[in-house]
Design a protein around this ligand. Structure first.
Ligand code: PHE
Length: 382
């Protein structure tokens, strides 16, 4: 549109009549018809204000508009015999051009106002823009719940790196290089440039933070460590290569096995409800001695082992107990790695799988749903 209006027009308004060989009044009339036709053809395309302005300047511009050119090239140098015909034609043309341009201005203005009104009108009957508000992932909610319970009895929350050195993940936890428990915790090692000082791996548990915490702070220590951990497990309903743990560590001069079981029992009752019972069984971890495995009475069958409609409870498989997490009294060998006095200090540590706790508490039977981010699942835990 812009081009159509501004390109050189094929009307001879910048040449004198003599130069064009015009000598007769009828030739003048023909010239004006040509100019007017040209005007009408191009003006038909002008609908927007910016085009309209260009067009107006092109035709009515004081210095070099078409009408001014006609005055300068046609009228002024015209032979006296032709002057009145040229002048009359020019007046007629000017009247036509001016009235057309003015009429179009009014049309454009009122049209623009109309469409602006239309655009700015607020329709109060339209439904509001829906902005969904997110919520915390169920795992994060469970983290929060557990943190609140432990914070209320004097623990503080610390976090640590997900990429660890073998020293913190294994050695300082009393797991030397060729110890068989490393097999259970085979994990993902990072590819490092040749000559790197130490290998690096994705931590297999949150226990390295026991070491990092004790290195940093003098006893007494009471911390919990929520975080992600990684193991080279094949995914199924209860296994995932990434999952979540909360580590706990309490070290002081007078911590007994009773403090340990009492703390765990308090937590379990807060988390699952007062009627849930706990028990522990001997177990083995290189960094705790003695080591135990904590169980809770089955939340689904109320610890009876029987399903509601008869038969055995499918969750605890009739055993009435569900295995919860590993724990124990801190092995004195560990104190040696952090320069704590093993003769004066004692303490306990535990590591619980959050995904498992969440599955038990909320009746979820597939760990994979935590990682699939299907909003149909997530929405059930707003
Ligand atoms: N880190 C152990 C695991 O991931 C759990 C644990 C933590 C056991 C602390 C004892 C003490 O299996």
């Amino acid at each position: 549109m812009y081009l159509a209006i501004t390109t050189n027009m094929s009307i001879p308004t910048d040449k004198t009549l003599a130069d064009q060989g015009v000598t007769q009044p009828h030739q003048i009339a023909e010239l004006y018809v040509l100019v007017r036709t040209h005007f009408d053809a191009h003006f038909g395309n002008v609908h927007e204000e910016s085009d309209w302005q260009l067009f107006r300047d092109r035709w009515l511009g004081r210095k070099s508009g078409v009408l001014k050119q006609i005055t300068d090239y046609w009228l002024k140098p015209a032979k006296p015999a032709l002057k009145s015909a040229v002048g009359a034609g020019l007046n007629e043309l000017r009247a036509h051009v001016e009235s057309q341009i003015e009429a179009r201005r009014l049309a454009i203005e009122s049209g623009a106002e109309e469409s602006a009104l239309l655009r700015e009108r607020i329709d109060l009957s339209l439904p509001a823009v829906h902005r969904p508000v997110g919520s915390h992932h169920l795992i994060r909610q469970v983290f929060q719940e557990i943190e609140d319970i432990f914070v209320s009895i004097g623990f503080s929350v610390v976090e640590g790196p997900e990429i660890e050195t073998p020293y913190y993940n294994f050695e300082a936890l009393n797991i030397p290089e060729f110890h068989p428990v490393r097999d259970d915790m085979d994990t993902f090692y990072l590819e490092l440039p040749k000559g790197a000082k130490t290998p690096l791996l994705l931590r297999t548990h949150t226990s390295p933070m026991q070491i990092r915490t004790m290195e940093k702070q003098k006893p007494p220590v009471r911390v919990i460590v929520p975080g992600k951990v990684y193991r080279r497990d094949n995914p199924d309903a209860t296994h995932s290569f990434a999952f979540h743990q909360i580590e706990g560590l309490a070290v002081d001069t007078d911590i007994t096995f009773c403090d340990f079981t009492g703390t765990i029992e308090y937590f379990v009752k807060q988390f699952f409800g007062p009627s849930v019972k706990t028990r522990f069984r001997p177990s083995y971890f290189p960094f705790t001695e003695p080591s135990v495995e904590f169980d809770v009475s089955c939340i689904f069958c109320g610890g009876s082992g029987a399903a509601v409609g008869g038969g055995t409870c499918s969750k605890c498989k009739g055993s009435a107990w569900i295995e919860l997490f590993g724990a124990g009294m801190v092995d004195p060998a560990v104190y040696g790695f952090v320069k704590y006095d093993a003769k004066k200090l004692s303490g306990f540590a535990f590591g619980m799988g959050i995904d498992r706790l969440a599955m038990l508490k909320y009746g979820i039977d597939d760990i994979q749903v935590f990682f699939q981010n299907d909003v149909r699942f997530l929405r059930q835990f707003p």
